[in-house]
Design a binder for this molecule. Sequence first.
Ligand code: ATP
Length: 611
Amino acid sequence: MPTVVTSDTPSPAQSRVSRLQIWAAFASFLVLAPSLVLGGYSSGLLVQAFIFGTVALITDIVWGYSGVLTFASAAMFGIGAYALGILFVHLSPSLAAVAAALAIAVIAAGLLSAVIGWLAFYSRTKVSDFYVAVVTLGVSVVFEQAVLYGGATTGGSNGLSGFTTFSLNNQSWYVIGGIGLLAFGGTALRIVGSDFGLILRAIRDNEARCRYIGIRTPLIKTVVFSVCNALLAAVGVFYSLYTTVVAPSLVGMTLATNVLIWVILGGRATIIGPALAAILVTVATPQLTTTIPLYWQGLLGLTFVLVVLFLPRGILPAIWDGIKSALSVVGLNTTIMAKANANADTLFETRSPALSSVAGQTVLDVLDVSKRFGSFQALTNVSLTVQRGELLSIVGPNGAGKTSLVKCISDGDERSSGSILIGGKSIEHNAPELITRLGVGRKFQAASIFETLTVGECIKIATWKGEVPSIWNRHSNVVLPRGAAEVAETLGLKHVWDISAKDISHGQRQALELAMVLALEPSVLILDEPTAGLTTHERSIVGDVLMRLLATGQLAIILIEHDFEFVKRISTRIVVLVNGQIVANGTVEEVSNSEIVRDAYLGRSHKENMK
Ligand SMILES: Nc1ncnc2c1ncn2[C@@H]1O[C@H](COP(=O)(O)OP(=O)(O)OP(=O)(O)O)[C@@H](O)[C@H]1O
């Protein structure tokens, strides 16, 4: 029977909706009301500012939230701007031409981005992080050159200008631009605040951990990159429609770097910050160009350097932090404290395991696996079989190949030869996220968690087991399988549920990663030194939890551990690896008394002491 925890207070999702409505009304007023009083010039300048604000906030989703550093925003924007310009100049200005420009721009930018994303994010080499930055830089340069030397089609260095557009006054364009900014901003805030937004932040924080909880990060990054770039192209169409000017200088490296500067100045991963920074810089530029023509670019550069050095999270987060500190000084920040305390008791539901007990069933076959690093042989023809209900400890001296072996089990690209079956299915050369979905859960030697997420969010993401959650709503309830719930309760995670994972203790970090891996309900649980750095008391709790998990017969545990006493206490079988080969495989008693193990694992000095 699940233990359902309820609360009479409105759910965070409900209070978030009403807060959002208030903010939406306030933002709409702030953006749209000035159209009643502003003159033509100011309205016109603000339309451009709104457009660049939209460009900045879309780029913030790609870079700030998903962690993909892109220099291609300007080029994608330019694809839209030029598509409209070319159709209007060479065909005719009409609604049909706008629709055609939108379709061409969105499809071209989306497809180009999908190809870049596919090449970069699906690459199994370790260069992919740099790859996107370099490739998008290249795309930006190539696009600028292409329109520069595009002849009559693109208008060369002069670009295309002065073409006929719809006859609206600046106030009307202002309202359209303002509504566009609000729509993009509101949608972006809703998405990054949703459960899917959590996934984006998790990918930015620690992509490897995401993959090891089953999240298909290459797919998600490719889709986000492509959709955002397609939207940038659509914004470019609107820009061209309004200004009736497109030129190489607009869509080149200057805009590409300016966008990144706006994002950094305003604050990465805030949406509002980059948009505000873009609006303020765009509005201030004509004035500063007139009053201090020689210095204003330098002033902007200096501001940028100072922000990077002293406010690395950006100006808006710094202001927000300042307000929060001021409120807590005068004792007004009590809602936040109350929320943290309230949540300590109303966190998650616990449910029984999804599977019925099948102890004794083989869940892992390692067949003749070898691993080479160049000419160095780290593993040689390792074979072993593990059943549900078993706790197999892999022990051996440093460099014996223990971590290499568990890497081979959890990542299909790691082994040089041999095969591995999980529940009878070959892992082939699959990526970790697919192997996780076969039932492998891996805890790393150094706790691998999501630093900027709270403890509760880290665990919640793991419970989704790689499925893509809602991109619109955030659900506050977390349903944990019994093992993960037990770790959360016995190792004190409940008390730090709303605390950022970067601020918890070493022991809590280890416990958090363990709870995350258990939330996956793995059939093969790999633990690489799970008790490293834990106190004796914490070790004992972890040992008890593991033994209770084992007793359910649901899973097999593979443990790498240097603490031999801990190993002896909880193992059902021990495998000893030396120089990448299995030298012993038996019960705790058999292995502990084996001469070869004392020699190889405990060392000759130990043997001599025993005499
Ligand atoms: N990327 C790599 N390139 C080259 N050699 C490597 C690499 N990774 C591991 N090795 C080598 O492979 C051997 C096995 O390493 P592995 O990390 O699997 O050992 P281990 O038994 O887990 O050691 P420890 O107990 O110290 O963690 C070691 O000699 C190590 O130096």
